[in-house]
Design a binder for this molecule. Sequence first.
Ligand code: FUL
Length: 466
Amino acid sequence: MRSLPFLFFLSINVFLNAQVKLPLPTKAQLAWHEMEFYLFMHFGPNTFTDKEWGHGDEQADIFNPTQLDCKQWCRIAKAAGAKAIIITAKHHDGFCLWPSKYSKHTVRESRWKNGKGDVLKELSQACKQYGLKFGVYISPWDRNHPKYGTPEYNDVFVNMMKEIFTNYGPVWELWWDGANGEGPNGKKQVYDWDRFKKTVRTLSPNTVVFSDVGPHIRWVGNEKGIAGKTNWNYLDTVGFTPGIGAPPVEILNSGNEKGKAWIPAECDVSIRPGWFYHANEDDKVKTPEQLFDLFLKSVGRGANLLLNVPPDRSGKIHPKDSASLLGIKKLIDKNFANTIMKEKGVNVFFDKPDNIVIGANTKTVEVKEYLENSCNIVFDEPRFVNTIVIREDLKHGQRVKNFVVQILDEDKKSHYVQGTTIGYQRILTFSRIRTAFISIRLLDSFGNPMINGVEAFLIDENLVEK
Ligand code: FUL
């Protein structure tokens, strides 16, 4: 029996939490969460000069891939299980991978295909053909454009975005880099962010826009591909701008628990040390196991993983990179294909026996009286488990603040794994334990948790998060 004071506390707490009006994702943001893992491609003059940040004074002729093959990129992305490709249409050096009317530093000025080539055209078409979403990175910082540092550059940037939306859309995600320095005229730009946002809203309302502070997707605060173990999809942006005016990286990494806007984190990281291709990094490509670890630390913490795979000078993905990409797909398939929950002799109870959520995004259960209730996973026979996956139905906002997983071993000793936020998906791994009883307790939340997936796995013990 619960004591009266406890019941009183419980009802007050539920009442208070129910009063909190949570920010909610838009339809486009909800769909974005389901994208989970996709590729970034840094490609441009830097690929040919071995630089990371071109100065903008590189000869356009330097850009001359011998066998550019965007279909190869797409085939590999597909085989890796990635759902989109985001390309650096214009990096800080200002070189445009499409023949923009608003620049004199583009593929048109290069020798590649006698100035008739268009990488954005080839890639956007290939993505359509292969069923991948197409995204565009366009650096606001431009070290080549003569107008940079003057109000007219904002017109240039807006016009470039217009060209991209009009000629290569639909653009699923648009990426605004926060780096900001001087232009060729030695001046820094005052960006008209409001105008930029309005341009996207008007011309391509379904595009999700990434920057340090959104408006739709935020930077995770590091370039290592690692989200906070606590990762709120909420962020406060008032008074902040992308770049130098962004919130502290710790905030970007974890979000704001009581933030006013839905701006989830995206984890960008490169498969190699650099963002652009460098032959001397061919032996430093991340292994499938390292990529799997990053998957756990990004997608497993409710963020999305944007993995950079830079094409080489031929214009293709290097065999070392594609081998690692196929490797991570194998690891994900092998380790997450079979949820224990669907096997015979497994009983799952969430609140009431008819409230069962097995697998991913099956049905949503509102967990009432969450302080008391838990999801119990009971096996007929003891078995090894080292991974629990739990998901919230984000249509109702992100609610869970704190939870604990109790695993009872064969000697009736309890092991506890603590968790804070869940969000789209939390993958908790631990050293394997032989158990017949697991209990997930949701300890604190905004209102009642809305859970739409619980799974248990035994993954390769070597892949458990370090
Ligand atoms: C940074 C840039 O300066 C890097 O070159 C790279 O493009 C990375 C994704 O974003 O801000």
